[in-house]
Design a protein. Sequence first.
Length: 359
Amino acid sequence: MFWTLTVWWTLLTVASASTPFDALNIHRPHVDVIAEQDGNLTLLSGYNGNIRIAPGANKTGSVYFDGEDLFYLIQLIVSLPPVWEDHSPFGYVGEFHSGQKVNIQLRASDPEGTKLTYYLVSGELPPGIKLDSVRGTLKGLAPNTEELYTFTIRAFDEHGKHADNVFKMLIRGANKCDSNPCIHEGRCEEIRGSYTCHCAHPYGGRTCNLDCRSNSLGVIQSKRWIPDAQMTAHKSNGNSYAYNGRQNYGGYWTGVDKSSWLQVDLGNTTRVYGTVMQYYGTRYYTSSYYLQYSTDGNNFNNYTVGGHLTTFSAGASTYTRPLPEPMDARFVRFMPLGWYSSYGPYMRVDILGCHYYTL
């Protein structure tokens, strides 16, 4: 760094080489102006003139005072923070689908022209998306999710000044119906990043993979998807319990008279397609029954077709009885009409149908 020093020699007294102190020393490429001990260094401008202390023509040097770079301090004082190109409160960077390549250039600039660096200061980037702090880019592959991400990125200049901008990035998962998950002519509908299958009669299940006419809802002993606590009875005979009334159970449930009933809580509203009534022995069985059903456990209706009560026959065997028309029910009651036993109606039952599914 070269300094240009203009000195009015009429105002500057320079000690001779014989004196112990030299006020002006020139040791190329340096120029030192030094005050004597207890002296002062005074720079006076000429008439209507100026005193300029500059770091060089290209402004790449420094001006030090007591070890501090005055030029850098002045730069800090007058420096302005970076400016984002998008001045809206929320910078919407776009909508991306699962697996889509993301390559976004962040756009901010420094009024002084210094280089910027970028940092994530709040929020979260979508999984798989990274911020390049030096280049100011968001890169990666959009994840398989359905979510709106909000995050704040801070741009720093070389003077430590910064500016924040809040961004939003909407990620949409792959269309769940693209893989055609619904079989048996089921219609797929995407719902909130997932899907549901609208099944054609008589199919059901998650992907319409079940024939509801023969699909056990889990009362039967081999499955027991329906907990014991969800089987109740009214006017039980002797020591029989409602959960003894499962198909293929080693025991049985028996009632007292026609006002007795055996009830199953399916856990949620379910499409019911049929029932199973199983005898306990050749002399212990229900010969006929009808159904009552409810969706809330309080209001029960008789199962009817065309306004007429539907009666189902049974006997000394296992009888599967399809419903003429499926019904939606959570609670199903078996109401005895006739039986072969001196003690009352014997029942071991199962229910056939399909739960509603939304994946």
